[in-house]
Design a protein around this ligand. Structure first.
Ligand SMILES: [Cu+2]
Length: 155
């Protein structure tokens, strides 16, 4: 009796998490449950030509924004975890982009912010993910455009 109830409960939880059930259904795109800070997702270029962009994640399974575009060159990417509960990470999906980007943020605790810097040369789409929550849809894409970066700020 108790075991049956437990099994039922486990099945219900798994169903709720979408881990079982119809597997050929396209998962719903998650939506951020928070408002991003000003300037988040905006790509700016400093005097040295370094492109800077900040993306956020929080107590949900979404990168905000989940897509941004940079030009070939140096990218300084900051990922801020505004969560009070959830730990995330950030890495480019292995073997998925036109070229490998090995820089990553292995662990981003609630309230933490980390910056990585890397070079991109080959245009195309570079998928990234939080490997803790890939199954929950916490993925995104950095697009490298064909042109060179133009400075948007001086200093
Ligand atoms: Cu995550």
């Amino acid at each position: 009796m108790t075991a049956n109830r437990t099994r039922l409960l486990v099945a219900a939880v798994l169903l709720a998490l979408g881990l079982v059930g119809c597997s050929n259904r396209t998962p719903a795109t998650p939506e951020a449950t928070r408002t991003p800070d000003a300037g988040v997702g905006e790509v700016t270029t400093d005097a040295e030509g370094v492109q800077e962009v900040t993306i956020e994640t929080g107590d949900d399974y979404v990168f905000t924004p989940d897509a941004f575009t940079v030009a070939p060159g140096t990218v300084r990417l900051t990922v801020t975890n505004t969560a009070t509960q959830l730990t995330h990470n950030f890495m480019f999906t292995t073997g998925a982009g036109p070229a490998e980007i090995t820089e990553q943020i292995p662990l981003l605790a609630p309230g933490q912010s980390e910056t990585i810097e890397f070079e991109v040369t080959q245009p195309g789409d570079y998928p990234f993910e939080c490997t803790f929550h890939t199954a929950l849809g916490q993925v995104g894409t950095m697009t490298v455009s064909g042109g060179a970066a133009t400075p948007t700020a001086s200093g």
